[in-house]
Design a protein around this ligand. Sequence first.
Ligand SMILES: Nc1nc2c(ncn2[C@@H]2O[C@H](COP(=O)(O)OP(=O)(O)OP(=O)(O)O)[C@@H](O)[C@H]2O)c(=O)[nH]1
Ligand SMILES: *[C@@H]1O[C@H](CO)[C@@H](O)[C@H](O)[C@H]1NC(C)=O
Ligand SMILES: *[C@@H]1O[C@H](CO)[C@@H](O)[C@H](O)[C@H]1NC(C)=O
Ligand SMILES: *[C@@H]1O[C@H](CO)[C@@H](O)[C@H](O)[C@H]1NC(C)=O
Length: 450
Amino acid sequence: MAPGTRSLQSPSPLLGLRRRRLFLLLLLLLGLSAAATVAQPPFEAFQAGHGASSFPAVAAVAPLRRYLLYDVNPPEGFNLRRDVYIRVASLIKTLLKSEAWVLVLPPWGRLYHWQSPDIHQVQIPWFEFFDVPSLNKNIPVIEYEEFISEAGGPFIDQVYVLQNYAEGWKEGTWEEKIDERPCIDQLMYSTDRHKYYRGWFWGYEETRGLNLTCLSVQGSASVIAPLLLNISARSVMLDRAENLLHDHYGGKDYWNTRRSMVFAKHLRVVGDLFRTHYLNSTDEKDSTQYIEDWTKMKVKLGTAIGGPYLAAHLRRKDFIWGHRSDVPSIQGAVKKIQSLLKLHKLQRVFIATDAIVEETEELKKLLPQMVRFEPTWEEVELYKDGGVAIIDQWICAHARYFIGTSVSTFSFRIHEEREILGFDPKTTYNRFCGDEEKTCEQPTHWKIVY
Ligand SMILES: Nc1nc2c(ncn2[C@@H]2O[C@H](COP(=O)(O)OP(=O)(O)OP(=O)(O)O)[C@@H](O)[C@H]2O)c(=O)[nH]1
Ligand SMILES: *[C@@H]1O[C@H](CO)[C@@H](O)[C@H](O)[C@H]1NC(C)=O
Ligand SMILES: *[C@@H]1O[C@H](CO)[C@@H](O)[C@H](O)[C@H]1NC(C)=O
Ligand SMILES: *[C@@H]1O[C@H](CO)[C@@H](O)[C@H](O)[C@H]1NC(C)=O
């Protein structure tokens, strides 16, 4: 494991600053050569990330584009965050019709569920989990540290904290709207002695917001586009972006963005090796050929066969603490798995779960056919909890038959992955029922719109 470790680790926070200094130097040189016509920008003004439009020299170096940043309510999990990315991507598509914008990928970290001890899990760039060139085939994106160097420093011109309307919405009168309003919740930001806003910027302590306003919003992501096109701030951050809804859930734009969220290659490779070694499953045998370029991938439903194993996602922890009636006991889940194994004439079941050790021990006893991806500490350090979850999802996505947990976004993302791979919907849109659940409604089939 050791040799790969280094290259995968997130760049040090200093890297961006070093790059920035280089960039400023370059800028100064350019500025000097253009000095006859262009007044030298005050250094401090540029550092503060003011709109570059008044400094033509900048345009020669960085494309004159505007930056959209966002963050999500801290308690939200990895898979809900993947959904918010889709909503923000459609906002970018709307903005791009009028201006050059780029989405700054919010570094991963401080997720409630990522509890592996002694592993540093903040400031994780997107390339550790997703294939960034694939994202770029859908909308222009850059990592946060690229933003710091390109925009000239860790400054965000305008932060909008999105919130609902204090008065709620009157029944029967749904309308899309957006208004600057006093902040409803206690602000998670404070001002420093320079009147800059300090707060949680993905763990980058040197990042500051120059201005901050609360924005009540009701509607889909693009509702905010007219406002963004009407202000001069070059970099805008939308905090609590989960308050924006989908422009068109399940439509072509939705699916293009979803399909562009290709898992990072190194994680897919780990999943594929596991399939080969422990599940007798390869793309060739399973008819699940993957095309690296997602824009070229369009598989007819029912073409994919999948590996000779059943896969189950058993979401536990907070899903059972509330004694939800739609989540089974371990015994209930095992009973269902045994009957599915028999029905589909399969010998093995791959289990993805966040269960505590006591429960997995019980599973092992009751379910000798069980196979799990059990990373060593070094592997968790290398892939992080997010990467391990992706490997689990990748293996589930390649099974002959999948069954997930009711309303878990972790399971939903597996549905989508299987839809992309071209599985028969009957083998995908299945969930466990609670032990006492009467009407156990099964998940909805969402067809890809190409
Ligand atoms: N490796 C692994 N991790 C899991 C599994 N199920 C849940 N987790 C972990 O628990 C977290 C919570 O699930 P998420 O789906 O991301 O959280 P969420 O977006 O709130 O989604 P749900 O709570 O499932 O609706 C995941 O991010 C994982 O870290 C699993 O089967 N395998
Ligand atoms: C901060 O943003 C608000 C809302 O966009 C704006 O009215 C105000 O003028 C800005 N303040 C500064 C100092 O730019
Ligand atoms: C654009 O800005 C102007 C001046 O600040 C304001 O009068 C107008 O209402 C704004 N339009 C939108 C769509 O926000
Ligand atoms: C692996 O699968 C192939 C068919 O795809 C089968 O012929 C072979 O016996 C299997 N091997 C094992 C060890 O199960």
